[in-house]
Design a protein around this ligand. Structure first.
Ligand code: PSV
Ligand code: MN
Length: 423
């Protein structure tokens, strides 16, 4: 793990400059009628879940270039997530994926996570891959497959995930299926949706009262002509058909380029059906780039809608990225910081002035109010929130100085013959 002495030393070296910047930002915010202490408290309360699959190096359809010291199992993944939490203090939960993270004793796993200060967020089922010696294949679909054996298997897997999630203290099951078609005529578009709803209803019926079912939509991939839950409309229809415990999860990468995602967020809030997010960034499709790396303004606009809907929301915030060319721990820490940044910036929007400008049709005035919050450099607030909780002033610099990855490279020998594909 990362020594608290190292964190302390590096924080100490940055302390004088940080105090200066924090005080200066405090004065600036005070002139705008904003309290830096309140913003810091909000930043301290913020948390985003780390996906267990995110700490491994990802890949594309073409290749995977494994890094050194990669986690080999859920125990290594928890250790890596523990490092992220120790340094950022804003990633208090992990989101497991089954069967990738299967173990024999989930109570022990829960305790192991707790020893790193971590709890379990939404549990993810996997019916987009066949497991060894599986009785029926998901090649042509899972919950919406034509083959009743494949459908039954996928339903049973999701019910098993509910049981595992319950043992881990998770309060939601996230269901994403790759089901769809590559050819017009391959399947009935309406028929597949009906099959999906029938299968999903069986899973829903197995939910305990305290557990939600998150439906994650995605426009395309692995299916390229049609996808059964392709968009928020299909997701909302499914969630409404299933019942109050079903909600819609928005993965930022799962839309056509230029889609107005913040408006989708506003609609789902209005319908009372927003479950939460898988954060990432993208330029073209489901690129799974680091959150805030390409379009931080869009991330801010998403949070702007969330803050506007404040009070009514109890959402699940998660990261879902694929790290092909970076150290996953660094990428996840960077993303956690960018997501926290968007959250704090959105809290700085002068909502009263914005409402007035909107009522007066002061177009540019309203836009300038949003931009004023967005261009505020809240880095000192984020650093202060981390340090008050024992985290690092600069998590990535501290991680690099710790030598953690090099130590893990020795401890965790490389896996030979790494597979290609999205993992
Ligand atoms: C699908 O692309 C997805 O976003 C779902 O959340 C999966 O669970 C995850 O990626 C798998 O990598
Ligand atoms: Mn996702």
């Amino acid at each position: 793990m990362i020594s608290s002495d190292l964190i302390g030393q590096m924080n100490h070296a940055a302390q004088a400059a940080h105090e200066d910047d924090f005080a200066s930002l405090g004065r600036q915010l005070a002139r705008r009628g904003l309290d830096i202490q309140a913003a810091t408290q909000a930043a301290m309360a913020w948390s985003v879940a780390i996906p267990t699959w995110g700490v491994g190096t990802g890949g594309t359809r073409f290749a995977r270039f494994p890094g050194v010291g990669e986690p080999r199992n859920i125990h290594d993944k928890l250790a890596d997530c523990g490092v992220i939490q120790a340094l950022t203090r804003g990633t208090r939960t992990v989101s497991p994926h089954i069967p990738w993270d299967k173990v024999s004793d989930y109570n022990a796993l829960r305790q192991e996570a707790a020893s790193y200060g971590l709890g379990f967020d939404a549990i993810n089922s996997n019916t987009f891959q066949d497991q060894l010696d599986q009785e029926a294949s998901y090649k042509f679909g899972s919950l919406a497959a034509a083959d009743p054996k494949a459908r039954a298997l996928a339903i049973a897997h999701n019910i098993e995930c509910i049981e595992i999630g319950t043992a881990l203290g998770s309060s939601a099951l996230t269901v994403w299926v790759g089901d769809g078609t590559n050819f017009p005529g391959q399947q009935s578009l309406g028929g597949m949706f009906r099959s999906y709803l029938d299968s999903a209803a069986e899973i829903y019926a197995a939910l305990p009262a305290q557990m939600s079912m998150f439906i994650e939509h995605k426009m395309y991939e692995p299916a390229f002509y049609s996808t059964v839950i392709s968009d928020w409309g299909s997701s909302l229809m499914a969630a409404q058909a299933l019942g109050p415990q079903a909600k819609c999860l928005v993965d930022l990468g799962h839309h056509a380029p230029n889609t107005n995602i913040e408006q989708i967020v506003a609609r789902l809030i209005h319908a009372g059906k927003l479950a939460g997010f898988h954060f990432n960034d993208s330029k073209y499709g489901d690129d799974d780039l680091d959150a805030g790396a390409v379009d931080p303004f869009r991330l801010f606009l998403v949070f702007n809608e969330l803050i506007e809907g404040a009070g009514k929301l109890d959402l699940a915030y998660m990261i879902d990225q694929s790290h092909n060319v970076t150290d996953p721990i660094e990428s996840l820490m960077g993303s956690a910081i960018e997501i926290a940044r968007a959250h704090v910036q959105a809290r700085l929007v002068d909502r009263k002035a914005l409402a007035e400008a909107q009522a007066m049709n002061d177009v540019l005035g309203a836009h300038r109010i949003l931009k004023a919050a967005y261009v505020t450099d809240v880095s000192p607030i984020l650093a202060e929130a981390r340090m008050r909780q024992g985290g690092a002033f600069d998590p990535i610099a501290t991680y690099r100085a710790s030598g953690y990855r090099a130590a893990k490279a020795v401890e965790r020998p490389a896996v030979k013959g790494a597979s290609s594909g999205i993992v």
